[in-house]
Design a protein around this ligand. Structure first.
Ligand code: 5GP
Length: 206
């Protein structure tokens, strides 16, 4: 169901291990939105089960650096030794088509988007507690202790930047968090600055 003519750019951030991916999956399964996920590019190696072109576009450092040089990235960052970034092509087209484009990116990249896309909506997914986050990172068991520690340090720093976002959604329970995000999207569609032009047209007709 299309909620409005013009699309939205929604930026979702949160520390690694907070469950953004699971919240995103739950969100996409809910009715009443026109969400499209923007697939990021990364130089990180695929984790078990990850597919090129689905979770990420997995590329080499050379490929990533040439995309940066050719102005093909909306934003990018280096995170725990790897590049991550949003390919620019598609994002604008999708918004013009009326889609709600969801970026799932870390804080650094989000702030670059903030500079470039004034109309974007910034949502921070927070863990119920720091202990819950640590437990999740360890349980995932896909990385060495050293990398886990690095991600924990990074997570602590990221949580400190939650105040830069428009909304904070605590991931206490996945469906609850997804539901709150959907409510935010609905409310954003109804914002005066997004709808006032329609009213102007109506007034002119009278
Ligand atoms: P992971 O390696 O766990 O998939 O991702 C590590 C971090 O990179 C996560 O916080 C994730 O949100 C972030 N990330 C994924 N894609 C992008 C992107 O395109 N740009 C930026 N800036 N961060 C990204």
């Amino acid at each position: 169901m299309k909620l409005d003519d013009k699309g939205l750019l929604i930026v979702l951030s949160g520390p690694s291990g907070v469950g953004k991916g699971t919240v995103r999956d739950a969100l996409f399964k809910m009715p009443g939105h026109d969400l499209v996920y923007s697939i990021s590019m990364t130089t990180r190696k695929p984790r078990g089960g990850e597919v090129d072109g689905r979770e990420y576009y997995f590329v080499s450092r050379d490929e990533f650096e040439s995309a940066i040089k050719n102005g093909k990235m909306l934003e990018y960052t280096e995170f725990v030794g790897n590049y991550y970034g949003t390919p620019l092509d598609k994002v604008n087209d999708l918004i013009d088509e009326g889609k709600e484009v969801l970026l799932e990116i870390e804080v650094n990249g989000a702030m670059q988007v903030r500079e470039k896309m004034k109309d974007a909506i910034f949502i921070f997914v927070a863990p119920p507690s720091m202990d819950a986050l640590k437990a999740r990172l360890i349980k995932r068991g896909t990385e060495s202790q050293e990398l886990i520690n690095e991600r924990i340090t990074k997570a602590e720093r990221e949580i400190g930047l939650a105040n830069l976002y428009d909304y904070i959604v605590v991931n206490d329970e996945v469906n609850n968090a997804a539901d709150k995000i959907l409510a935010i999207i609905r409310a954003e569609h109804a914002k005066t600055n997004r709808t006032i032009d329609r009213y102007k047209e109506m007034l002119e007709v009278k």
